[in-house]
Design a protein around this ligand. Structure first.
Ligand SMILES: NC(=O)c1ccc[n+]([C@@H]2O[C@H](COP(=O)([O-])OP(=O)(O)OC[C@H]3O[C@@H](n4cnc5c(N)ncnc54)[C@H](O)[C@@H]3O)[C@@H](O)[C@H]2O)c1
Ligand SMILES: O=C(O)C[C@H](O)C(=O)O
Length: 311
């Protein structure tokens, strides 16, 4: 099955790399506006095939959407990343125009595609993609929660001194430094609540580190992260293409779920061949409900900035 990734930069190319070496798709097309850039990234990835043993065909194109025709999934990573000291929200001015144009172009050649939005501010860009195209809500998925949850599990594993794959934990809410919600109460080490092993202070530190996980990496790298983001997108694409029905926190359009309406925000979703197949409503306690409501207010406020673009 064919996957297109728009934006062959750090995240897009990493995602193509993971999708190919894990054999998730039979074909990956990378598209970028920078002349020759996607072609170069695709060729470099293809030259790994004999060493890592994959058979996925990876090609690159410069802004030629006809080559993306009939993609089952299209991932949008085009746009600028933040620099140290910036918030994701500050990217809206440039990225909104890019995302809107890209989604329109993609749908000309792949009218049935499931769209995975990565560009930041991701919840706002997901809402923009949904509202500007009128696509059914199951086909527009924002990737953020998969990444934030993997960071949460990593920080928990470091605090516990145990492998991350033995830890189950999820982050919901907005994909922002102050809007994401690590669900500490529900996190477990092989089914045992992590609160049995870690103090309240230690758990608070893990949650705080998770929330600024992207900012920490941006400070260290000078631009935002790409290995875990690319791998998180590939994980999501795998669940769609191979109909795995994994539960993944994704930014999706809510209509009453978690007492919210008319925003895209991170909630646990069952992801399969139809995209978002179900939103899972977990029972939050009063404190978690209040934090979710606050996160939703911030996410909704960002959507207001789109009004002129959507008009
Ligand atoms: N949702 C998440 O969890 C998450 C994680 C990491 C990064 N991001 C976001 O993803 C985006 C990309 O990050 P990156 O590190 O890969 O940046 P990058 O600068 O390395 O790559 C972006 C690429 O997009 C291309 N591009 C720009 N406009 C385009 C257009 N109109 N059509 C096609 N391609 C175009 C650029 O030429 C560039 O190659 C940023 O907005 C970043 O904030 C989101
Ligand atoms: O932090 C960023 O700006 C990029 C991305 O959203 C991330 O969480 O890594």
């Amino acid at each position: 099955m064919k996957v297109t990734i728009v934006g062959a930069g750090n995240v897009g190319a990493t995602c193509a790399d993971v999708i190919s070496y894990r054999g998730i798709a039979s074909e990956v097309v990378l598209l970028d506006i920078k002349e020759g850039f996607a072609e170069g990234k695709a060729l470099d990835i293809m030259q790994c095939a004999t060493n890592t043993g994959f058979n996925t065909r990876v090609t690159g194109v410069t802004n030629d959407y006809s080559k993306t025709a009939d993609s089952k999934v299209v991932v949008i990573t085009s746009g600028i990343p933040r620099k140290p000291g910036m918030t994701r929200e500050e990217l809206i001015g440039i990225n909104a125009g890019i995302v809107k144009t890209v989604v329109e172009n993609v749908l000309v050649y792949s009218p049935d595609a499931i769209i995975v939005v990565v560009s930041n501010p991701m919840d706002t860009m997901t809402y923009l993609a949904l509202k500007s195209t009128g696509l059914p809500k199951n086909r527009i998925i924002g990737m953020g929660g998969a990444l934030d949850s993997s960071r949460f599990r990593t920080y928990l594993s470091m605090a516990l001194g145990k492998p991350a794959n033995d830890i189950s934990a999820m982050v919901i809410g907005g994909h922002g430094d102050t809007t994401m919600i690590p669900l500490t109460r529900l996190a477990s080490y092989n089914g045992i609540p992590v609160s049995q092993f870690l103090s309240e202070d230690a758990l608070e530190k893990v949650a705080a580190d998770t929330m600024v996980g992207g900012a920490t990496l941006t400070g260290l790298l000078g631009t935002s992260a790409w290995y875990a983001p690319g791998a998180s997108v590939a994980y999501l694409v795998d669940s769609i293409l191979n109909d795995q029905k994994k539960m993944i926190a994704c930014s999706v359009f809510v209509e009453g779920e978690y007492e919210q309406n008319d925003i895209c925000i991170g909630v646990p979703c069952i992801i399969g061949k139809n995209g978002v197949e179900e939103i899972v409503e977990i029972e939050l306690n009063d404190k978690e409900k209040a934090v979710f409501a606050k996160s939703a207010v911030a996410v909704r406020a960002m959507n207001d900035a789109l009004k002129s673009i959507l008009a």
